[in-house]
Ligand binder design. Sequence first.
Ligand code: PEP
Length: 251
Amino acid sequence: MRKQVIAGNWKMNMTPSKAVVLAKEIKEKNTAKDKCDIVICVPAIDIPAVYEIVKGTNIKLGAQNVHFAPSGAFTGELSVEMLNESGVEYVIIGHSERRQYFGETDQSVNKRVTAALEGGLKVILCVGELLEEREAGKTTQVVDTQTREALKGISASALKNLIIAYEPVWAIGTGKVATPEQADEVCGIIRNIIADLYSKSAADEFIIQYGGSMNAKNAKELLAMPNIDGGLIGGASLKSDDFTVIIDSAQ
Ligand code: PEP
């Protein structure tokens, strides 16, 4: 049985004072207990304040990126050790916004995934196709390449700390959600890639989220699909009521 994981990606939203308010609201409204795992991936500057609120609860703290080097001349970046020492358990890697706007490649994603897993962080790896790639019938090819490249050199034993979020780029922040069938189909393709790279049993246990305009209204249907084991939620994770409904929709 796979336990669903509901993760919020706050992106570049919430100053530290606003982050405290939102994190407290999410904590107070959350009654999920062990039903699903809950993660909030906050801006780096919010990490210390949010840690103080969620420590000791079933809400886990996540970051939105991490560098692959242990330290050094990488202005603006954060290391695995920095995140670990700050109470961060999860990190998003390869989000489409990082790929689109910050030059992230399959190769740099692989280096970040490797360093994060080796350093004991749990990784939410994002993959997904652009609209033109879907329209050209290239969804499987894109997701296949992104997944295999990101997982190069990653051992089967590290998979328990890895989640893949299928995030079709055309559905992120657009309000255009994939249908449950579309989302489930690609999550199933990713599961088959894991089976091919590792084993059927590894694939059966592997957590695959859907992300892209998931909200309080559509979450239940998406989360009921057999290959969807949770959600990565942007916009709707910034409203505690909506995020709580999504958490409550987990299976
Ligand atoms: C995301 O940022 O990963 C995301 C899915 O955003 P949204 O839910 O706003 O589409």
